[in-house]
Design a protein around this ligand. Sequence first.
Ligand SMILES: [Zn+2]
Length: 106
Amino acid sequence: MAMNRIQFQTGLSLPSFLEQYGTEAQCEAALESVRWHQGFRCPACGEAGHYVLKDKTHKTFQCKGCRVQTSLIAGTLFHSTYLALTVWFLAIYWSVKPRRACQFWR
Ligand SMILES: [Zn+2]
């Protein structure tokens, strides 16, 4: 039987993970690059032009075309939660149990 290379990849160590996704800004940047990998697109009209409105905790994206507002987490797994993205990312990290991370704690 052929070895599944994805199943046996080593994954990130916990220190490497925290270095890449340890802050809210890093998690937001990662989510934004995955969600809108070719740049922001309005979910209502597809317009690329937008404003970024930022309060203490969240960035809101407002379309220049139709003025619809959306957030980075709207329509994603993280929608309607109050947990920080760092908590979500860490939970996802532990749920996939990368071998190196487990070895780190032995
Ligand atoms: Zn729009």
